[in-house]
Design a protein around this ligand. Structure first.
Ligand SMILES: *Cc1c(COP(=O)(O)O)cnc(C)c1O
Ligand SMILES: [Zn+2]
Length: 422
């Protein structure tokens, strides 16, 4: 079942048929939005047809995705998405917030949000009968592509900066991808990957380049929608008292800007289908040292000026964000905003989330650092319902985690030594 109707350029608005383009707009290089056949979906489905499905992965949203159901079942590719939402009561109390939740994307098969994108791109690659899929990655996109590819026997090649954290590189290698470490930045790896894909005819998954990554990422919005209507039955009904509570504010960390754009797209799909009455607020969080999109947002422009990125949060360390324009719009069109946080605030947030049993890598914790800052800046009010995404597992970067805590004492194996310590 496929409701894929083509593409529309996010810059010039030109529409393309399925076979006409593969990556970006031939006229201006703009990111392409996938168009769905909304009329046909609306005729065939009610929200309840989706929310009553038993499938507990992102594939429960198959009618809203531009790919066919992947062949086989019970592989990690079939198990991406459908991540849990936790309440964070003690942190909420600390911040004087009434409602604070965290959606834990570290529960994905390769332990980051990127599995959503890679599950859909690999499915697309199988449809296109591509022999090899390639991606540039700071680590997680590669791990996700390598893992999803391994799950279904697809060949994958990953270009990553040689500075990528060891755990991420280990994942790439264990999943059996061909791993090529580039003596340069993520941006260097990105450009090289595009060139190599063109030269050798590989299918390129690059974030903010391949339109299907966003289609995978938008499934997080669908899950948030389902979670919300199950918790607050009136939210999706047009005639309900919408003023009863403020809109949900969603905090998400931003590097290339593809996750935030994906979440925006998911809610736009739901709005287009008439399944939600209005948008939640989407608030992007960037590291101070890698804030090209936040800079553009606050300068009220869609022109993204590259930076020379430096941050401990390697997953959001990006000189030139590849999905910057749509990322600016995600906040702008939803009454959201952008917040920047320092590396110290990010490290502190790793420890704070840890007190609730959540283990986040720096880029994941950055979103929570944004909640802390956003609360003090008055970006959100104490009554606002807030959902923060943890986009990646702390196990991805143990070195950064150890900077968030004090190291443990080492003692002689005697009771005396224990007594002395206590
Ligand atoms: C990729 C990634 C992000 C940012 O996603 P973009 O689409 O690049 O903005 C945030 N957190 C983690 C853990 C990631 O891997
Ligand atoms: Zn265009």
């Amino acid at each position: 079942m496929k409701n894929f109707a083509g593409y529309k350029c996010s810059l010039c608005g030109t529409e393309y048929l399925q076979g006409q383009v593969t990556y970006t707009c031939p006229k201006d290089g703009g990111n392409l939005d996938v168009l769905l056949d909304y009329d046909s979906i609306r005729k065939k489905f009610q929200p309840e047809d989706i929310t009553s499905r038993r499938e507990s992965s992102l594939w429960r949203y198959l009618p809203l995705l531009p790919v066919s159901e992947p062949a086989g079942d019970s592989t990690p590719l079939h198990a991406s998405g459908w991540t849990p939402v936790f309440a964070l009561p003690r942190l909420a109390e600390k911040l004087r917030l009434k409602h604070l939740w965290l959606k834990d994307e570290s529960r994905n098969p390769t332990a980051s949000f990127k599995d959503r994108a890679s599950a859909v791109v690999v499915t697309r690659a199988r449809e296109l009968k591509s022999e090899i899929v390639v991606t540039a990655s700071t680590g997680n996109a590669g791990a996700a592509l390598a893992g999803m590819s391994a799950a279904v026997g697809q060949k994958a090649i990953i270009f990553a900066p040689k500075s990528a954290p060891q755990a991420k590189v280990a994942q790439l290698l264990v999943f059996g991808a061909k791993v090529i470490l580039v003596d340069g930045t993520y941006d260097d790896a990105f450009d090289l990957t595009v060139k190599a894909a063109n030269e050798f005819g590989w299918y390129c998954r690059n974030t903010g380049y391949n339109p299907f990554t966003l289609e995978g990422k938008k499934t997080a919005a669908f899950e948030i929608w389902e979670w919300w209507i199950k918790a607050h039955h009136d939210w999706h009904k047009k005639d309900s008292q919408l003023n009863e509570h403020p809109p949900l504010s969603i905090f998400v960390s931003v590097g290339d800007g593809n996750i935030i754009s994906g979440i925006h797209k998911g809610f736009k799909d739901l709005l287009e289908l008439g399944w939600i009455p209005n948008m939640p607020r989407i608030i992007g969080v960037q590291a101070e040292g890698s804030a090209a999109i936040a800079n553009a947002f606050h300068a009220d422009t869609e022109t993204i000026t590259p930076v020379s990125a430096t941050t401990i949060a390697d997953s959001i360390s990006v000189d030139l964000p590849r999905d910057g324009v749509r990322a600016v719009r995600a906040a702008k069109e939803t009454n959201g905003t952008y917040i920047t946080v320092s590396d110290d605030e990010i490290i502190q947030s790793i420890a704070e989330l840890g007190t609730m049993g959540v283990f986040a890598e720096p880029a994941g914790a950055a979103a929570y650092a944004g909640v802390v800052k956003g609360t003090s800046l008055g970006v959100v009010g104490s009554e606002d319902p807030i959902l923060v995404l943890n986009t990646g597992s702390g196990l991805k970067d143990v070195g950064a985690a150890m900077r968030a805590v004090q190291s443990a004492p080492i003692i002689e194996p005697t009771l005396d030594a224990v007594k002395k310590l206590l």
